[in-house]
Design a protein. Structure first.
Length: 269
């Protein structure tokens, strides 16, 4: 029968002695004496992985091989055992480092959520064992999982992109309007009532190309959310000035209105 990991179960060796020496061989012999099945990798250790105090990780069973470590969960979990004794000593810095890597790798690989990363004792209804040791809280190992707010980030980015697309559509619409009024030579805006001047029009577009990113960058720098409409009104006013070298008094006022709006946004005014 194949093992399908749905839980990550963490154990302590519960070593009877305190030592920094490697323990893999000793635990292997112990499990051989207890007549544990030999794994396809040639080991008798009941855990899938064994973690020495040095931080060295040794695989004893393939991930899809049945484990021999937690009654009732040996075909639905992946196990790791830390050398040492969790009742009297904490895991070493090196062990924690490797365990963290292991948990993060396996949780992603088998889509195991945080609440399914548990100490051995969590599967023992009568508290027969303290494994992975009474010095460590139940959620200690689970807290080594780095939660990446992937979905929230993607949603946020989609919203940002949508905003930018809307803004771009508005800018394109605005440019089309400017071109239309210019070519119709009647001008909804007083400042546009002169005849079409391709040079001035090019200058307008050039000006916008510099102006728009500047406003957006400035708003970003100040962490201010400028709405598309605000930006359009600022751009429109700037466009009027750029396209019309002889700025009418009224246009100057509307431009000031736009800039003022920006300054208020930026809390300068
Ligand atoms: Zn255990």
């Amino acid at each position: 029968m194949k093992n399908t990991p749905k839980f990550l179960i963490i154990h302590t060796e519960a070593s009877p002695i305190i030592t920094n020496a490697p323990r893999f061989e000793i635990v292997n012999q112990f499990h051989q004496q207890r007549l544990f099945d030999k794994s396809s990798l040639g080991w008798y250790i009941g855990y899938h992985y064994f973690l020495e105090k040095s931080g060295k990780l040794i695989q004893a069973r393939l991930d899809d091989e049945e484990g021999m470590h937690t009654k009732g969960y040996n075909l639905s979990s992946l196990s790791i055992c830390m050398a040492g004794n969790g009742d009297v000593e904490l895991p070493t810095k090196e062990q924690i480092e490797t365990l963290k890597k292991w948990i993060n790798e396996k949780a992603v690989q088998y889509k195991i959520p945080k609440e399914k990363i548990k100490p051995h004792r969590a599967f023992l209804p009568l508290f027969e064992k303290t494994c992975y040791g009474r010095l460590l809280l139940d959620d200690w190992a689970a807290n080594l999982l780095e939660e990446k707010p992937k979905i929230a980030n993607i949603t946020f980015k989609i919203e940002e992109i949508k905003k930018q697309v809307t803004l771009l559509q508005k800018i394109v619409g605005l440019l089309q309007r400017i071109i239309f009024y210019k070519s119709m030579n009647k001008g909804k805006y007083g400042a546009f009532s002169s005849s079409v001047n391709p040079e001035k029009l090019a200058l307008t577009i050039k000006g916008l190309a510099i102006f728009v990113p500047s406003v957006v960058a400035l708003a970003k720098l100040w962490n201010i959310d400028i709405s598309g409409d605000d930006l359009i009104s600022i751009i429109l006013n700037a466009a009027l000035v750029v396209s019309q070298l002889g700025v009418a008094f009224g246009t100057g006022l509307t431009l000031w209105g736009g800039i003022r709006k920006l300054l208020v946004h930026l809390k300068i005014l």
